[in-house]
Ligand binder design. Structure first.
Ligand SMILES: NC(=O)c1ccc[n+]([C@@H]2O[C@H](COP(=O)([O-])OP(=O)(O)OC[C@H]3O[C@@H](n4cnc5c(N)ncnc54)[C@H](OP(=O)(O)O)[C@@H]3O)[C@@H](O)[C@H]2O)c1
Length: 326
């Protein structure tokens, strides 16, 4: 590959893809509105994909590789129409949220998908990704559709995995509130492993990009060990947490990585396709160490997009100590 166009390139994952390609000697152009900078060495073409002429500055040349991270089916459809005929290889970053079955453990890329979003539908992430994938299918065997699960690593704007580094670190010798872990798994991929795969692989078709399934309890143990936490852990049960307004998975007042008990397949999908095609997976302990260092740099007490604040956690722990049942 000698040149690549990244539709995005100024965000977290797309910026890391751009960086990786630059390091590999690829000439990288990023197309974005330009609120954030492109990585050093990449060209930035400003364009708003809401505009019909968004691709005017980049459509009159051949591209070895186009990478698109949009979660808007209209953006992806327009990009394929504008750039598809002059592009040798296309990678679309989709998501494991395309799957409608959240129960089956070990499901591979042939698992059923949500119905594709249609024009005029209220925005829903999974159906938009499905409709975007459908637009990319028009490129046939030139296209790779990567379906990542939870992406982790330094700089993560989603704050989910990093919450646990922050929670154990800020607790010191105090207690940490945990969700139920029985029967739960966690599955993540490091942002730089994913960026390296997208840069290097020649595989086409759909590929789940995700790590091994780890018992959720083991993930918490790794965070506890890495932070040097010396306090205790207090587990609350599903009903108690829900009754006290604690959200699953993400967002404010949440316990990230905690899923409803019936979502047994959501973080337990097959990654055989990723591994057989050379996808690297660093050890979970290395990801925990990377994220802990990043959380300490950014400040474990900072405002976050996911998790409990220190105050919310203290109040919930105090309430739990008062309740005979959890
Ligand atoms: N985080 C996870 O755990 C997870 C899991 C599964 C899948 N994913 C997928 O991974 C990808 C994440 O990519 P990312 O981190 O690079 O995303 P991001 O930070 O949201 O960046 C999006 C990029 O698109 C550009 N962009 C947004 N709106 C635009 C518009 N109207 N016109 C032109 N450019 C526009 C942004 O730049 P400007 O704002 O400057 O325009 C930026 O460069 C997404 O596809 C996401 O669905 C994430």
């Amino acid at each position: 590959m000698t040149n690549a166009l990244i539709l995005g390139g100024t965000g977290w994952l797309s910026g890391r893809i751009a960086r990786r390609m630059l390091d590999d000697g690829v000439i990288v152009t990023c197309l974005a509105r330009g609120g954030r900078a492109a990585p050093d060495g990449a060209s930035l073409v400003r364009g708003d994909r809401d505009d019909p002429d968004a691709y005017a500055a980049v459509e009159a040349q051949d591209w070895d590789h186009v990478i698109d991270v949009s979660s808007r089916a209209d953006h992806v459809t327009a990009a394929v129409a504008a750039l598809g005929t002059r592009t040798a290889r296309w990678t679309y970053v989709s998501s494991m949220s395309v799957y409608s079955d959240e129960v089956t453990v070990g499901a591979d890329e042939s698992a059923p998908l949500h119905p594709a979003a249609e024009a005029g539908d209220e925005y829903e992430y999974g159906p938009q990704k499905v409709a975007a994938e459908n637009a990319v299918h028009a490129l046939g065997d030139r296209a790779l559709i990567v379906r990542p699960g939870l992406i982790v690593g330094a700089g993560d704007p989603g704050d989910r995995f990093g919450y646990w580094a922050a929670a154990f670190d800020r607790a010191g010798a105090g207690d940490v509130l945990l969700p139920p872990t029985e029967g739960r798994t966690a599955q993540v991929i490091h942002v730089d492993d994913l960026a390296a795969f997208i840069t290097a692989t020649r595989v086409t078709g759909a590929i789940n990009a995700i790590g091994a399934q780890h018992p959720l309890a083991d993930v918490f143990t790794l965070f506890r060990t890495a932070t040097g936490h010396t306090g205790g852990t207090v587990s609350a049960d599903e009903e108690w947490l829900v009754a006290h307004g604690v959200q699953h998975w993400a967002g404010e007042r949440s316990l990230p990585l905690w899923l409803p008990a019936e979502m047994t397949g959501f973080m337990a999908r097959s990654n055989a396709g990723y591994r057989v095609n050379g996808g690297a997976l660093r050890p979970l302990a290395d990801m925990v160490a990377d994220v802990l260092q990043d959380e300490r740099t950014r400040g474990v007490g900072r405002e976050r997009r996911a998790g409990l604040t220190g105050r919310q956690e203290h109040e919930l722990l105090a309430e739990l100590r008062r309740s005979p049942l959890r």
